[in-house]
Ligand binder design. Structure first.
Ligand code: NDP
Length: 283
């Protein structure tokens, strides 16, 4: 079997065209969606992510502001700026690029963002709302993954879904969304005793580990849908996912590639959340 490749670029393009139309309609009524992105420090990967987010906003016709601080900036300076952005009517979404330098209390920074502008969905109140099945904002990466299932017509009801990884930004919200969609969900992590036992019975397998080509064909149930969230840079400079794509595509029914899978969808869902925040603010 050769898996169907779930093309994140194509899906992202389709969704972004729709967002652009919605943004234009909103702008015609006097509200241009606006996103502020805060970057602290000079981490090269974070710089790329921020640049891509701002570029995607501009392409979609959104207003965007990029705010960059030196790595040794005092946390209060950032908190004060967030307070200003909370009160700024041009800004509907505020995103703080993680990770923050060690002298920051990341939770305090995330909690400082107004809940109705927290387009990453990381504020504790928004995490709680997601848990209760009434999300205000769905965290962008798992939200993008759910769009793949929707697009591919994967009915999650009654499916065995296994998520490898339990981070706050990917694994946990992913598990919650799968659960709400009717799947039976198992979350695996570094202390899981028999990972193979779990992955081999997964109808849907989501890998969010941060280890190149960790998931091999032998770990995958034939016919499974495999979503690769991982982004790893190999010594030769190339990007690869957490899944051994060449091996697993011979076993799975469908698979996302890296690059060109979940990555473009993450930014797309950031646009979705910002647009939705702007539409709510305009009401
Ligand atoms: P974290 O490092 O926060 O979490 C990794 C998870 O993998 C942890 O829960 C960890 O377990 C688990 N893990 C590590 N080793 C093993 C193992 N041997 N067996 C089973 N589980 C293991 O990473 P993130 O969730 O932030 O990101 C995961 C990957 O996704 C990274 O490659 C990241 O770059 C990528 N990413 C991609 C995005 C995109 O847009 N495509 C967006 C966000 C992230 P434990 O909790 O026990 O330590």
């Amino acid at each position: 079997m050769t898996a169907k490749i779930l093309d994140g670029n194509a899906l992202a393009q389709k969704l972004r065209a729709d967002f652009k139309t919605r943004a234009e309609a909103l702008a015609a009524r006097g509200t241009r969606p606006g996103l502020a992105v805060i970057l602290v420090g000079e981490d090269p990967a974070s710089q790329v992510y921020v640049r891509n987010k701002v570029a995607a906003c501009e392409k979609a016709g959104f207003h965007s502001e990029k705010i960059v601080y030196a790595p040794d900036v005092a946390p209060q300076v950032v908190l004060d700026r967030i307070a200003e952005l909370n009160a700024d009517p041009k800004i509907h979404g505020i995103l703080v690029q993680l990770p923050l330098p060690k002298h920051f209390d990341s939770d305090a920074v995330l909690e400082a963002i107004a809940v109705e502008k927290d387009v990453d969905g990381f504020h504790a109140e928004n995490v709680g709302a997601l848990m209760q099945g009434q999300p205000r904002f769905i965290p962008c990466t798992p939200y993008g993954v759910m769009k793949f299932f929707e697009e591919a017509g994967v009915d999650l009801k009654g499916k065995e879904a296994v998520v490898i990884g339990r981070s706050n930004i990917v694994g946990k919200p992913m598990a919650m969304l799968l659960l709400h969609a009717g799947a039976t969900v198992t979350v695996c992590h570094s202390q899981t005793q028999d990972l193979l036992f779990h992955t081999r019975r997964a109808d849907v397998l989501v890998a969010a580990i941060g280890k190149p080509k960790f998931v091999t064909a032998a770990m995958v149930k034939p016919g499974a849908v495999v979503i690769d969230v991982g982004i790893n840079r190999l010594p030769d400079g190339k990007l690869c996912g957490d899944v051994d794509f060449d091996g697993v595509k011979e076993v799975a029914a469908a698979i996302t590639p890296v690059p060109g899978g979940v990555g473009p969808m993450t930014i797309t869902m950031l646009l979705a959340n910002t647009l939705e925040a702007a539409e709510r603010a305009a009401q």
